[in-house]
Write a protein that binds this ligand. Structure first.
Ligand SMILES: *Cc1c(COP(=O)(O)O)cnc(C)c1O
Length: 233
């Protein structure tokens, strides 16, 4: 018999606590985002019953399909996938946080759409810390100007940075991505961006390294929900 979701969640929390203890961090400073993309509303309901209330989704279309089925729950929806500018209106209506803010054109449109809705949301700036060509994210060299520009968009509450590490088994390469993000965060703070505190980094395969390198938010999908099926549905 396969493990229950509760057993899997307990195992993740245990591993988080062990890493925190090892490096002298307070476990309360590391938040678990349950990445529910490709998993259905029933799985999210089960996770919510275990006390999780923030869920990461990659595609707004998929989120739209799930929302009506979960309308009775008070959930926080976090967008972690690439956001097309022409979908900004949907994001402005449905999402509580965007972790994939990676370009000025998107910030402008998202801000305008949020103002239309009378809302403001938390955002993290997605930074490209890995040389892999397929990854989205802002070039680190552009971060200082980008953070300055975001001051002009009060509906976007900038809370920190997000990254995807290089997809490799090379521990030092993966850690290098996480360290880079932390260094960029420290530089942003030194430049006066006091609210840029959070570091969203680490997934099922690398979250322990990420916590060691300073992650405040880890994004966990398969370790919690099981293996993903990417087939169309
Ligand atoms: C899918 C996804 C995750 C979770 O991946 P797992 O390896 O299943 O934990 C985390 N972050 C982003 C941006 C994702 O797209």
């Amino acid at each position: 018999m396969s493990d229950s979701m509760k057993q899997r969640l307990d195992a993740i929390r245990m591993r988080m606590a062990q890493v925190c203890a090892r490096v002298g961090r307070d476990a309360a400073d590391v938040h678990l985002l349950a990445v529910s993309k490709t998993f259905d509303a029933n799985a999210i309901r089960e996770a919510a019953a275990l006390g999780l209330n923030a869920f990461g989704e990659s595609r707004l279309q998929e989120l739209r399909d799930k929302l009506p089925q979960l309308a009775d729950l008070d959930l926080r929806w976090v967008l972690i996938g690439h956001l097309q500018t022409n979908k900004a209106k949907d994001a402005a209506r449905w999402v509580h946080e965007v972790q994939s803010l990676d370009r000025l054109a998107l910030a402008e449109v998202l801000h305008r759409r949020l103002q239309d809705e009378g809302r403001s949301i938390d955002v993290l700036v997605q930074v490209k810390t890995s040389p892999e060509p397929s990854k989205f994210g802002l070039d680190p060299a552009d971060l200082p100007d980008f953070l300055d520009a975001l001051k002009g968009f009060p509906a976007l509450r900038v809370k920190g940075l997000m990254t995807l590490a290089i997809n490799a088994d090379d521990e030092q390469a993966v850690r290098g991505c996480f360290r880079r993000l932390r260094q960029l965060r420290d530089e942003a703070q030194a430049a006066g961006h006091d609210d840029v505190r959070r570091l969203s980094m680490g997934m099922t395969g690398d979250f322990e390294w990420a916590i060691e390198e300073g992650a405040t938010d880890i994004r966990i999908g398969s370790a919690l929900f099981g293996v993903r099926d990417y087939a169309p549905h």
